[in-house]
Design a protein around this ligand. Structure first.
Ligand code: SAJ
Length: 431
């Protein structure tokens, strides 16, 4: 039976390499649609949790995990010897940036070398990890060719960007259109057929490079628009205007406008990184994407701007913050989640500590974190805590926090997220 027939009959065995916030939900989606999935993971803690039927990803319930394990549809392992049993291998490993803002493909290349060593005729490899335009073709394909197998005849290769939005109650893997681009037409066709069995709509494009660039455009679009409103926050400050009022009123335009909101910077694993991937690649091709680079610079400057505004609100400068007690509200990178990777709140706390301020934080979703080598725990939002601070700085506007109470009890509030909107109080200073 050909791979295409096994896909059509849902008997194709699916391997998912990397069981993180992309891989585990993807594995569950294939299980839901009748496929048998083997998850490959190197992290021992994750493997132990999965073996006990415990989920470490918010969007995957323990009940569902146990259901597919019991049904024999899902198994998790670190044994790469099981790779040849898979008809399709979906690669969902991290592709971070180095400190130099250059792409770090080390993890994905290590994974693909293992795949290549065990590659067999009839396998489809799909890269879901976000990377720069050309990476699949220029770096990953040569690794797979070391197997001696031929693209489009023996094995197939495609790129399909992940569009997983953790915690999104509306858009899931199943109902979010899936872009797919193959290293050759046969690969595009096969990957499109595979995803068509699990998602409502597949969007085939002409190449892996096109698919890689689609993803980067999506997130660079967000980054540049966030940078625009971050600059507008500074423009409005100079104009003596409330940027939040200006944006809200502009958002009343029913066409040709899309609201974004300023803040103390941008966090997460996509928006800060993706424009840098695009910029890095095109600069190797002797084109300087000034606009995209400038947007990244503006966003990365926002933590420093927020600290400057906190100092000003205290009647100080960033050089005279020593000893000031700052209570940070919200450490996660966006509301409603406990993920504080790349969170701008960490940058703000780092700068405050560097300036000699005494920093505590409250975040109901983040029990503890490390900043400047110090381990901090989230403090209760008690009356004493609020009253003893010189300034409460709202950096992430989590739901369920009583911002009216914060404004009532804290001597001063710096609101970087318009969390205390509607509260007209001289004690509340907004970005
Ligand atoms: N942010 C702002 N102002 C905004 C929007 C976001 O400052 O108007 C900040 C957030 O606070 C956060 C960072 O930017 O620190 C990123 O926020 P995000 O809403 O873009 O959330 P992410 O990082 O989870 O982005 C993901 C992306 N999903 C994928 O890459 C698959 C992105 O494409 C989605 O559009 C986004 O979720 C979403 O819409 O939630």
């Amino acid at each position: 039976m050909t791979l295409s027939q096994r896909i059509r009959g849902r008997s194709a065995r699916i391997g998912v390499l990397g069981l993180g916030y992309v891989g585990l939900p993807l594995a569950m989606e294939f299980c839901r649609k009748g496929f048998r999935v083997t998850g490959f993971e190197v992290d021992r803690h994750r493997l132990d949790a999965l073996a006990r039927g415990r989920s470490y990803i918010g969007d995957v319930s323990a009940a569902e995990l146990r259901r597919w394990r019991t049904a024999g549809r899902f198994s998790s392992t670190d044994r790469l010897a099981l790779l040849p049993d898979q008809d399709a291998v979906l690669v969902c490993v991290q592709t971070p940036l180095r400190k130099t803002k250059k792409p770090d493909l080390s993890r994905i290349l290590a994974a693909l070398k293992e795949v290549s060593r065990r590659l067999r005729p009839g396998q489809l490899i799909v890269i879901e990890s976000t990377t720069y335009p050309g990476a699949t073709e220029e770096v990953i394909l040569p690794v797979l060719r070391r197997s001696g197998l031929r693209l489009g005849k023996d094995f197939f290769l495609a790129f399909s960007p992940e569009r997983v939005d953790p915690g999104n109650p509306v858009w899931s893997i199943a109902n979010t259109p899936k872009v797919v681009g193959g290293a050759d037409p046969a690969s595009t066709r096969l990957a499109a057929r595979l995803y068509a069995r699990v998602v409502d709509r597949v969007v085939p494009v002409s190449s892996t490079r096109a698919a890689e660039t689609v993803k980067l455009l999506e997130n660079t679009f967000r980054a540049v628009n966030i940078a625009l409103v971050n600059e507008m926050a500074q423009v409005c400050r100079h104009l003596g205007l409330d940027v939040w009022e200006v944006i809200e009123a502009a958002a009343s335009k029913p066409f040709g406008f899309m609201p974004f909101y300023p803040g103390p910077g941008i966090g997460g694993h996509c928006i800060p990184k993706d424009p840098r991937l695009l910029s890095w690649k095109v600069r190797t091709l002797h084109f300087d994407p000034r606009f995209i680079r400038l947007a990244s610079t503006i966003n990365e400057g926002m933590p420093g701007y927020a600290v400057k505004r906190i100092a000003q609100a205290l009647g100080r400068t960033t050089r005279t913050l020593r000893g000031r007690r700052i209570l940070v509200l919200g450490a996660a990178y966006k509301p409603g989640l406990g993920d504080y990777r790349e969170s701008p709140a960490l940058d703000v706390m780092d700068l405050l500590l560097r300036a000699g301020a005494r920093v505590r934080y409250h975040d109901p979703f983040v029990p503890s974190l490390e900043v400047r080598g110090r381990r901090l725990s989230s403090v209760p939002l008690s009356e004493a805590c609020l009253k003893s601070a010189h300034c409460a700085a709202i950096l992430t506007a989590h739901p369920g926090v009583d911002y009216e109470r914060v404004a009532r009890l804290a001597p001063l509030v710096f609101d970087a997220r318009n969390a205390a909107k509607g509260l007209r109080s001289p004690k509340v200073v907004r970005l």
